[in-house]
Design a protein around this ligand. Structure first.
Ligand code: FE2
Ligand code: FE2
Length: 272
């Protein structure tokens, strides 16, 4: 099974840039083109939040147009820039999205890897939250299928990065979530967005990976006083390959036009 993960697309209404600079729609269109061309084709695409920039209905309409060329199912999870109501209204045909309850949590059972989508959004704030209700939901879902390899995907990452500004917009309740997850060794990976950078760490008996943005990236500056800033480092998405007996192998795929591919060998001999 191949799971592609895109994140932090920050789509604006037609013709508008994000932060007056970033043509997030053009970046997503290029990413979608690359995903659609992949062979073998990913089975699913997980979109880990900040799908749009301001939670506006026009932005979700635009997002829908941009995702339309993808031949595989796309599963959406909200981030701090999203609005649950506007998201549901535009993506009403996405049957996996719950119609009742306060959160857009769901479980996808139909794949070799069980996919658990977690909603960490708190309207009006940048940081996320794992409250008692969310923790109980997650615990119950993990309890249901102890023998099935599981991936949790969510927007806010449950750890501090050392990027001071992002850490102030972190995930409240992360430690409590870790205590739930560590009781369930079937959790192969926790996949997050929000940080606009690829980051990995060992965490409560599993591994966490965050995806870069499909558009702008957060500057890697570990000084306490570092200003919050973005840079146009290469956009990318993650490709998580599930192999029985090995587990989940996470690749990074950069989006853009790059020179190559060039062969290493010519006439059966390594080129010197
Ligand atoms: Fe973001
Ligand atoms: Fe975010």
């Amino acid at each position: 099974m191949i799971i592609a993960q895109i994140s932090d697309m920050h789509i604006r209404p037609h013709g508008q840039l994000a932060y007056r600079r970033v043509d997030t729609a053009r970046f997503l269109a290029r990413c979608v083109e690359q995903l659609a061309r992949m062979a073998p084709r990913p089975d699913v695409v997980l979109a880990t939040g900040d799908l749009v920039d301001a939670g506006h209905p026009d932005e979700y309409r635009h997002l829908r147009e941009l995702l339309a060329p993808l031949p595989m199912p796309v599963y959406l999870i909200p981030g701090n820039h999203d609005d649950r109501g506007a998201l549901i209204r535009e993506f009403g045909d996405h049957d996996y999205l719950p119609r009742a309850g306060r959160f857009l949590h769901y479980v996808l059972e139909q794949y070799p890897v069980r996919l658990v989508g977690l909603d960490t959004l708190v309207p009006g704030q940048g940081g996320g939250l794992m409250c008692e209700e969310r923790l109980a939901w997650l615990g119950a879902r993990l309890e249901e299928a102890p023998g099935r390899p599981t991936v949790i995907f969510m927007h806010h990452a449950p750890f501090l990065t050392g990027i001071a500004h992002m850490d102030r917009l972190g995930l409240e309740g992360a430690l409590a979530m870790g205590k739930v997850v560590e009781r369930h060794p079937q959790v192969e990976r926790v996949l997050c967005g929000h940080l606009h950078r690829p980051i990995q760490l060992r965490w409560h008996g599993t591994a966490v990976a965050t995806a870069p943005s499909t558009a702008h990236q957060v500057v890697l500056d570990l000084r306490e006083e570092a200003p919050l800033a973005f840079a146009m480092e290469p956009p990318a998405f993650l490709v998580h390959v599930w192999r029985e007996g090995t587990g989940l192998i996470s690749h990074t795929s950069y989006v853009g036009e790059f020179a190559g591919p060039y062969p290493f060998r010519e006439g059966g001999k390594l080129i010197e």
